[in-house]
Design a protein around this ligand. Sequence first.
Ligand SMILES: [Zn+2]
Length: 220
Amino acid sequence: MSTAAPRQFKWNGMRVPYIAPWTGEIREQPSLVLSDLKRGGGIAYADEHRLYDRKNGILWIRMGAVRGVGTPMLAGVHSFRQRQAMDHQLCQVCGCTTYGSKDGRHLYLLAERAGEPITEGERTASPPIHEACAVEALRDCPRLRMGAVAARVERPDPWGVAGMLHDPVTLKPRPSEQRGGLTFVPYASLKLLWTVAHLDVVSLHGCTSVSLDELLSLTA
Ligand SMILES: [Zn+2]
């Protein structure tokens, strides 16, 4: 993978996060069919391309990869850049590596859930973030402004995906009540057969809470 810093885009004076999708990247989703049992069963795309549509056997949503085309969708997440950021520990704002911190840990900044800190083993689809980028996100992201929690994390472990479940009989989507209808599905689950993955999910281990005051003072 290239170590060159990705291009930074601005929109209305704010930096567009690396993982934000652009309208030019949205694709029509293909129709689903039942997969051949010899191929493991479950759902498949009618016109599936096994090289591009699956990773480790898991079916992924289709998206284009043309950052900067159209309008940024600041509340959304681009599936492949999010996955890339999770796989390689890239900052969700600038897209550069978060390896190389003084203590070897990665900072995670999550939207707050009822004032609870980030807990050991917590699962998240949010990639890591640099301190300076976190301060910027706290200023610019309306969801984080409502409340956020941060932790330094020793080890983010692969856990599963966040995806749309489908009914095994009708093949219709079965949205959950949360997270835009997505369900967190662990890698060991047979539900993966009926899932179109949207986001990569890790579990966070070796977590030390960071107060937002501390974060803001570090980059002041
Ligand atoms: Zn960054």
